[in-house]
Design a binder for this molecule. Structure first.
Ligand code: DGJ
Length: 740
């Protein structure tokens, strides 16, 4: 008891001491920094001790003269408030809540205090600006710059932080968040996404309660396998499609991340997002800049639908490689042949690709390795030379043969990985991430190469560069990444005297360096980011990729849910969907589902009966006629498969003159009342008139949808249309065209 009283007394003394300091420094002038999009305003403001705080996050205020009254309205006055709403919370001094940054200075001192120094706003164009704010420690030569890049029209903000110092020796960064946000509201709901192999992107929504809810990953490479860096925050009530304030967020980092959602004792929400500090104390040399990854978020006061459309627009225009361009439909041989093929078999498949009408053939895993041929997933990874038995005339021959057929040729690689049974492993054991004194641990019989090592970066770059140098007409790369990092240890860092805890960060930065070099030389070649499923898809790595592979689970019913959930964050042009033989759904259902993105096929085309083949060809022709709506149009999610027996969504062109509606039965129970209700459309012009036409009808089937009837947009968006989805019509595609 005595001890407790003494502790409390010294705590009061500390507070008293701080209070003294605060009274000494009252002279600081209040600085207010608005970070504004068209529909949101974040106000950052210094307090009387020159600490930067978030005092407002909400709808824009009309009068800037009232910015100064906000802090009082929220009563951010007592001693506690300051520990919660710091714009970037330091550790080791006055703060007792979860920090955004924690450091050990060159002299071993663990304290940090950040005070506002200056800020500036730079206009990039009429829609885009970057505000940067410098915060400085008053004792140590240590500085943090907060960056806020704002896309006004899309209501998208990208936030990151740069950390540097001029201390005499290296400083250890123990925590280094990208962003530290503060939201005042009554209730907060978080939708996070869990996953596992074949079950990626599973949403869970819950009300946040006092304390910290952490969403994180420690897998090293394919960070999204179990938990996902994407989230939906909704304010006041659970997220809904057309109502309420929501924030769609993502930590754009392809490795370990940590998102801390903390409801403080005022019931406000602190969000601290960044690289996972787990095993990642980072040694930062003087004058070097540590740039954190970005937290990217889209805001809307009208629900998740608008937020997604804004995020999609932003991604296509500013982020995803060639986001406003075209994509190649394809036939992939993975599920058709697995590792069992040779050049004749592959060249034979070109004919199928041509006959179906796709743009390209994609040769998957198994084409390389000689001493250790890649005939299964146990050997050969790392030895990127054509297998002489399977492909005696090399890849060049296949590229040429494909060209003769009038299709393009693409190839699978997994350049960050190695099988222990490979020449690469034998020659360069020191390039492999492994603990020298412990037994190796494998994920899919393979290990990860150490991309913190510049020699390994050169090697990985060389794999791609050689492929293109030898085969300039290679049209596509599928870049796979199947293993996680076990036994994290780098021989290179050890040799260089760099702490091992730099590995996760340096690996990821090494990967980006390689991709940067690849894109400098090959700016446009389409590349699919694959990770044995959705283990990897974020807006940092998607700067270098045109598309990604959401999951190896191609069972179409499952895919309706999964594609729906990915669609909150990624535009359809970025998602590769392949028609495979998974599941019991009819071919039409499978093709319709895969058409909600970039369409591909991974089937044995030779096994299709005549009608199926005819249907495939027709469906690909139809897809070509509406694909630009799916790729570049606005997405309206109409019926959520998690909540309804029917799922429906539509894509509308910007002129609102064309749309395509996808409808699916997602519950097989008999005589569901849902089938008696119309699907209410969205995104059309109420004043325009439209005709509907069902497309992708299986040969011999007729449609109950009247194609000569004219509807107003008003009717379609209030009453809707009944696609007549039922057990005999499990998927229905309706094209909508304006009638003049
Ligand atoms: C995992 C991918 O997701 C599959 O599509 C396929 O490319 C295999 N790897 C090949 O090993």
């Amino acid at each position: 008891m005595k001890e407790k009283t003494a502790a409390f007394f010294s705590f009061k003394c500390i507070l008293g001491f701080f209070f003294l300091i605060s009274t000494i420094q009252v002279s600081a002038q209040i600085v207010t920094i608005p970070i504004a999009t068209n529909s949101n305003l974040m106000l950052l403001q210094t307090d009387n001790q020159n600490r930067l705080k978030t005092v407002y996050f909400g709808k824009p205020l009309n009068n800037t003269s009232e910015y100064s009254s906000v802090a009082d309205a929220y009563n951010f006055k007592d001693d506690n408030s300051g520990i919660y709403n710091a714009a970037y919370t330091p550790a080791g001094t006055w703060n007792f809540s979860e920090p955004a940054i924690q450091v050990k200075h060159a002299d071993g001192n663990p304290s940090l205090e950040l005070k506002y120094l200056s800020h500036k706003k730079e206009l990039i164009d009429e829609n885009t600006s970057i505000t940067s704010i410098i915060l400085k420690d008053s004792v140590y030569a240590f500085e943090v710059t907060l960056f806020y890049k704002v896309w006004q029209k899309e209501n998208v903000i990208e936030q990151w932080t740069e950390i540097k110092h001029q201390e005499k020796k290296a400083v250890t960064l123990q925590k280094f968040a990208s962003a530290n946000l503060y939201f005042t509201n009554k209730d907060f709901y978080l939708t996070s996404f869990q996953g596992e192999y074949l079950k990626e992107m599973q949403p869970i929504e819950s009300k946040l309660i006092q304390g910290i809810r952490t969403v994180d990953s420690k897998l090293g490479t394919r960070a999204m396998l179990l938990q996902n860096p994407n989230f939906i925050l909704s304010f006041g009530k659970p997220a809904s499609e057309n109502q309420g304030t929501v924030l769609l967020g993502q930590l754009a980092w392809s490795s370990n991340f940590k998102l801390d959602f903390e409801i403080d004792s005022y019931k406000n929400l602190r969000l601290i997002a960044g690289i996972n500090p787990f095993a990642s104390e980072y040694t930062l040399q003087p004058d070097k800049i540590f740039k954190t990854p970005s937290l990217i978020y889209a805001l809307s006061n009208n629900g998740t639908g608008e937020a997604s459309r804004n995020l999609h627009d932003w991604a296509r225009k500013y982020r995803l490689l060639d986001g406003q361009g075209e994509r190649l439909t394809l036939l992939n041989n993975w599920e058709a042949t697995y590792f069992d093929f040779d050049e004749n078999k592959i060249a034979g498949l070109f004919k199928d690709a041509k006959d179906l009408g796709v743009d390209m053939f994609l040769l998957d895993d198994g084409w390389f390795g000689n001493k250790y041929p890649r005939n299964n997933d146990k050997a050969g990874l790392g030895d990127w030379k054509e297998n002489a038995k399977k492909l005696p005339h090399g890849l060049g021959y296949l590229v040429k043969e494909a060209k003769k057929e009038g299709i393009k040729f693409g190839i699978w690689i997994e350049p960050e990985m190695v099988n222990p049974k490979s020449e690469l492993y034998e020659k360069h054991l020191d390039w492999v991430i492994r603990l020298p004194e412990r037994p190796e641990v494998y994920y899919r019989n393979q290990m990860v190469l150490d991309l913190s090592n510049p020699e390994v970066q050169n090697f990985v770059y060389g794999v791609i560069d050689n492929l293109f140098t030898k085969n300039p007409e290679l049209a596509f790369i599928k870049w796979d990444c199947n293993a996680v990092i076990y036994n994290a240890y780098s021989a290179y860092l050890n040799k260089k005297g760099i702490p091992q805890s730099n590995l996760y960060v340096d690996y990821t930065k090494g990967l980006y360096k390689v991709l940067e070099r690849i894109r400098a030389k090959y700016p446009k070649v389409p590349m699919m980011l694959c990770s044995g499923g959705g283990g990897r898809a974020d807006y940092e790595i998607l700067k270098y990729f045109t598309e990604f592979w959401p999951s190896d689970d191609t069972e179409p019913l499952e895919r309706i849910f999964m594609q729906w959930d990915y669609s909150y964050f990624f535009p359809a042009i970025a998602t590769d969907n392949h028609v495979t033989d998974w599941g019991k759904q009819p071919l039409k259902f499978r093709i319709d589902v895969a058409s909600m993105g970039k369409l591909g096929f991974d089937i044995v085309a030779a096994n299709l009966n005549e009608t199926d083949r005819l249907f495939c060809k027709q469906a690909i022709t139809n897809y070509n006629s509406f694909k630009s709506l799916v790729w570049h149009g606005d997405l309206f999610r109409l019926l959520n498969p998690h909540e309804n027996d029917i799922s429906a969504l539509m894509y509308v062109n910007p002129e609102k003159s064309k749309a395509i509606v996808f409808n699916y039965l997602v519950n097989n129970r008999f005589m569901m009342s849902a089938t008696r209700r119309p699907v209410v459309l969205d995104g059309l012009d109420p004043a325009k008139k439209y005709k509907l036409k069902e497309i992708n009808l299986y040969p011999g089937k007729t449609s109950p949808i009247l194609s000569d009837k004219i509807y107003t947009g008003d009717f379609l968006m209030k009453v809707g249309i009944n696609p007549n989805v039922n057990l005999l019509r499990t998927s229905v595609l309706i094209e909508i065209n304006e009638v003049n």
